[in-house]
Write a protein that binds this ligand. Structure first.
Ligand code: ADP
Ligand code: MG
Length: 273
């Protein structure tokens, strides 16, 4: 059982519970230039889906479309649907704040608020979403989120210390804790370990595996071993010779790594390009 959360409202689309995310026929443009072409992918509830593929094939763009960050770029255009448990995220009824609450994002470079304390960092999302909570509720939430992000035992004695004083790996776990505080149903992670050393990377991977029991995870990674270690489902993106990005192959990670159906997938997962 998850602890009660100050922002919980049963009728809210971002309410707790495992959720499936489905992208249907997603195409994306920046100005005239198309960067994704009819990409469809189901990201199963409570699973970890890895998005792999060479640089520039649209993985980050796809991830940003999944929580409506794409529309922040003025030149960006979009076609297709994103469904969170069957509810269209781009429906005008689904408010932008609700979409952001339901679907959290962790970036490549850890970005805690450096001058804010560890505790304030975890609670920062509540301020942004206008959620009110009492002192005891906040303390409970801070402990619960830091525990689930695998950071509690390392920082419990210095919750008032600035977030910027932590190591890179700890900062990334603090960012995960901050995302968890707004109780997302899906956590998107864009190369969350590529700025980290191997030890911190393993800690984050273990955290992800634990978190997948309560939140659906989608991770972009360049690290094939990481994709193989953490994900249940995998999608291989490719944009060849200036054409928009497509998914060449997707499915069960073990099958894709051991018996890829497409020669290009085979070449990529075996490090041949
Ligand atoms: P990946 O994450 O797979 O490396 P991206 O989604 O970042 O790929 O980029 C896909 C394509 O879209 C690239 O050609 C990139 O240059 C272009 N692109 C990404 N963001 C923008 C933007 N804000 N404006 C214009 N083009 C962009
Ligand atoms: Mg990227």
């Amino acid at each position: 059982m998850l602890p009660a959360h100050p922002g919980d409202q049963p009728d809210r689309p971002g309410h707790a519970g495992l959720a499936e995310l489905e992208a249907r026929e997603i195409s994306a443009w920046f100005g005239e230039r198309q960067v994704l072409d009819r990409v469809s992918l189901t990201m199963p509830a409570g699973g970890i889906t890895a998005l792999i593929g060479p640089s520039g094939c649209g993985k980050s763009t796809f991830l940003r479309i999944l929580n409506r960050m794409h529309e922040l770029v003025p030149s960006a255009q979009l076609a297709g649907e994103v469904l969170l448990d069957g509810v269209d995220l781009y429906d005008p009824e689904f408010r932008l704040t609700a979409a952001r609450r339901a679907i959290g994002m962790v970036f490549q470079k850890p970005n805690p608020f450096p001058a804010m304390s560890i505790q304030e960092n975890v609670l920062a999302g509540l301020k942004l979403t206008g959620t009110r909570a009492g002192r005891a509720e906040k303390d409970e939430l801070v402990e619960s989120c830091l525990t689930r992000a695998g950071l509690w035992t390392e920082v419990r004695d210095r919750l008032d210390a600035p977030g910027g004083g932590l190591s890179g790996g700890q900062q990334q776990r603090l960012c995960i804790a901050r995302s968890l505080a707004i109780r997302p149903r899906v956590l998107l992670m864009d190369e969350p370990c590529s700025a980290l050393d191997p030890t911190s990377t393993r800690v984050i991977e273990e955290t992800m595996l634990d978190l997948a029991r309560e939140v659906t995870i989608v991770i972009v990674t360049h690290n094939m071993q990481q994709a193989a270690r953490v994900s249940d489902t995998c999608a291989f993106f490719l944009a060849s010779h200036g054409t928009p990005g497509v998914i060449v192959e997707h499915g069960d990670t073990y099958a894709m790594f051991n018996a890829p159906q497409d020669q290009r997938t085979n070449d990529y997962v075996n490090g041949r390009f």
